[in-house]
Design a protein around this ligand. Structure first.
Ligand SMILES: Cc1cc2nc3c(=O)[nH]c(=O)nc-3n(C[C@H](O)[C@H](O)[C@H](O)COP(=O)(O)O)c2cc1C
Length: 322
């Protein structure tokens, strides 16, 4: 029998009142202080008041050197930034909903001009084939990340996760999807490294695993730690980031064995059969993990949500929430 979208769900110690969440959505509303505009914050609170059980932030940039890809992105590193989010997380909690802070680094998708350190870094010096739609020009060829860069970037995730906890979030999501930095490491399309961070799926997962375990250490045990994954990236959208279902499922096994509490699977369309199989992305993911699965992509009404819940536990909705 299909799970009902309005049935409760327990994720760790959190009792969700239904299976519906607001997907993470970048809004580019911040001034130079890295603080989103009030109406953008109000939107999140309003969705909790309307009954969604999970509310995601936009992707929060993890450092001041090289993480940012779009103008007006938010950070969670200064006391003012943290204090801004406190009433948001409190009000969401008062509605009986939970708040998750998504954190990310753009990697080769970064835009020099909006990064204070004007650097673009990635696992390998491979730029996206398409132009940057925001500038109408080619993306930069990124610098290959050194071990120093890797450690520095991981520290950015750690500090930002600490900020999210100080701001009162119920959980932190590491954005490992959409062709941003962690996704760039996971996919052999953008990861050409020959060291311990490249080559086999285990090696390409290493960076994600190190971030997860480093963040796990600094967030209280009861908080949620989630990873978002996808087979598509924002640039070169037509490219399948993983070669086949076996590669995808190997990656899922590695995430499953890490310290995360749930996996969020992002698709264009949840119902699409994946990698030439007769299963969708959520079903392929479910075969390799018993962790709670969130699914997103063209879920916009009761019928699509109920259908998507056949293979997942929670549905996230993006554009229709906007
Ligand atoms: C305006 C906008 C901003 C987005 N920003 C993010 C983001 O910051 N992080 C993320 O993981 N996904 C982001 N997404 C993708 C959504 O979370 C979601 O996966 C996508 O919109 C597909 O779901 P939908 O069909 O319900 O819109 C964004 C989508 C939109 C429309």
């Amino acid at each position: 029998m299909n799970k009902d979208i309005f049935s409760p769900f327990k994720i760790k110690q959190f009792s969700l009142k239904n299976r519906i969440g607001v997907a993470p959505m970048t809004r580019m509303s911040s001034a130079e202080d890295g603080i989103p505009r009030k109406d953008v914050l109000d939107f999140l609170v309003t969705r909790a008041k309307n009954g969604t059980s999970i509310v995601y932030t936009e992707a929060i940039v993890t450092d001041y050197e090289s993480a940012q890809g779009y103008p007006g992105q938010a950070r969670m590193l200064t006391q003012r930034q943290i204090d801004t989010w406190k009433p948001v997380t409190e009000t969401i909690r008062e509605q009986g909903s939970i708040s998750i802070c998504q954190i990310f680094h753009c990697g080769r998708m970064a835009w020099k001009d909006v990064n204070p350190a004007k650097r673009v870094i990635a696992p390998s010096p491979v730029k996206p084939a398409q132009d940057n739609p925001l500038t109408g020009t080619a993306y930069e060829t990124p610098d290959t990340m050194s071990q120093f860069d890797i450690d520095h970037v991981i520290n950015g995730f750690v500090q930002t996760a600490k900020g999210a906890i100080a701001a009162g979030f119920d959980g932190v999501e590491i954005h490992c999807a959409h062709g941003y930095l962690v996704s760039q490491f996971l996919s052999s399309y953008s990861n050409k490294r020959q060291d311990q961070y490249g080559g086999s799926m285990e090696n390409r997962f290493r960076f994600a695993g190190e971030i997860i375990e480093a963040v796990k250490k600094v967030i209280p045990e009861e908080k949620l730690l989630i990873a978002r994954i996808s087979n598509w990236g924002i640039a070169d959208m037509q490219v399948s980031l993983f070669e086949n279902s076996a590669e995808w499922q190997k990656m899922v096994e590695l995430f499953d064995a890490s310290s995360i509490d749930a996996i969020s699977v992002s698709t264009y369309d949840y119902s699409q059969k994946a990698f030439g199989t007769d299963k969708n992305m959520a079903a392929l993911t479910r075969e390799k993990t018993q962790l709670p699965i969130m699914i997103c992509g063209k879920i916009y009404n009761r019928m699509t949500a109920m259908d998507a819940l056949k293979d997942a536990d929670i549905v996230l909705s993006g554009k229709s929430m906007l």
